[in-house]
Design a protein around this ligand. Structure first.
Ligand code: 2ND
Ligand code: ZN
Length: 366
């Protein structure tokens, strides 16, 4: 059976790596900018050209240049109302895309310019997610959204953000993350935050192996104790393809596979930052064949002009994946979520598997 865009959109999907400040609708950026007097600082004045500007500016081949585009989204996310609105849009957009469970991350420290406290930022975003879930429910769509709190790797607030994540642990915040420019900012700078979270039995992921290679992945896992890797694409550098068609895993790659370390892969984002050169050559193809714990993610839907459906579609085109492959990625993601075990199991058995089974059975009735 051919896997069509319509199948992919309707298939239940799980998203573990999506940035709130990287997923605004262009129209929402314009409306919020108008409210705070930021319109004349935006690089475009209508939704279509603004969307194009974000995609093109982010398509620079460099993570540092890619990250510069976030100045505009963060600029309009500085009030409670704006944060509620952006989070509500986010949950609704993901639900319309067929996402049933999402962990959406953002850096509270980047939303304090107009006087909000860290706690107020988290409360506003949580409120927006709850509103978005309810609005989706009214349209007959089901989604559960949790937040991950990110600390910026070049800054010095990681312990404070880790404490914040822990405070909101049973209130909409499922874990912690480190993001920002990788080169020159090793995760070990934030060891106190990771040690604190480990003492609290809390969960965290680290952006690693995106713009920088194996040492960054090694540090994230072996020194910092990350539960998951944001991107992790460069693990491919520790895998050697031999002329006879077999592959050899180095010690680190073998560790990542043996320990079932989840890789939060974001294909389109990787093409834009230069971490991969085409969908067909993206390491996800080989890593999936080798049964690494691979998951598929959007990273930044605005900057990449993408959605979960579109990421899956690119992979179907590049690797000929079937609904069974997409279910495998989805179950991998659900197994790797920072949710209690019984919820993960229920999502897999009661939402994901029946959803794919229904789609796979459609040919019987056509
Ligand atoms: O792919 C990424 N790598 C590293 N940092 C990133 C990436 N995408 C977004 N960020 C940064 C920019 C955002 O302002 C911040 C929090 O979401 O995380
Ligand atoms: Zn990211």
């Amino acid at each position: 059976m051919e896997t069509t865009r319509d199948h992919i959109r309707r298939a239940p999907k799980v998203l573990l790596h999506d940035h709130l400040d990287g997923g605004l609708r262009p129209q929402t950026v314009l409306e919020l900018a108008d409210q705070v007097g930021y319109l004349d600082k935006l690089p475009a004045g209508d939704a279509e050209s603004l969307g194009t500007w974000f995609r093109e500016a982010a398509d620079s081949g460099s993570l540092v240049r890619y990250l510069e585009t976030f100045a505009h989204t963060c600029a309009v996310m500085q009030t409670r109302d704006a944060l509620v609105r952006v989070a509500r849009d986010c949950a609704e957009d993901l639900a319309a895309d067929g996402v049933v469970y999402a962990e959406v991350r953002y850096a509270p420290e980047q939303h304090l310019e107009r006087g909000l406290t860290l706690d107020e930022v988290v409360e506003a975003v949580n409120e927006g997610f709850r509103q978005g879930e309810a609005a989706a429910r009214e349209k007959g769509q089901r989604i559960k959204v949790q937040a991950l709190l990110t600390a910026m790797r070049h800054a010095a607030r990681s312990l404070e953000i880790a404490e914040l994540a822990n405070r909101f642990r049973d209130h909409g915040v499922a874990g912690f993350d480190i993001a920002g420019a990788e080169a020159g900012n090793p995760p070990t700078r934030h060891l106190d935050a990771f040690e604190y979270l480990a003492r609290e039995n809390n969960h965290f992921t680290i952006h690693a192996g995106e713009a920088f290679g194996l040492p960054s992945i090694w540090e994230a896992l072996q020194i910092c104790g990350a539960d998951r890797l944001g991107h992790g694409v460069r693990i491919i550098d520790d895998i050697t393809a031999k002329p006879d068609g077999t592959v050899e895993l180095g010690r680190l790659a073998a560790y990542v596979r043996d320990k079932r370390i989840p890789l939060e892969m974001c294909p389109t984002s990787n093409l834009q930052t230069g971490a991969a050169s085409s969908y067909a050559e993206h390491p996800i193809g080989l890593l999936r064949r080798l049964h690494f714990r691979v998951t598929v993610n959007t990273d930044n839907r605005l900057m990449s002009g993408t959605s979960m459906t579109q990421e899956f579609e690119h992979l179907v085109d590049a690797f000929g994946y079937s609904l069974d492959d997409l279910q495998w990625f989805t179950v991998n993601a659900m197994k790797s979520a920072f949710l209690p075990f019984e919820q993960r199991l229920a999502f897999i058995n009661d939402v994901i598997k029946p959803g794919y089974a229904g789609l796979k059975a459609e040919w019987l009735f056509n």
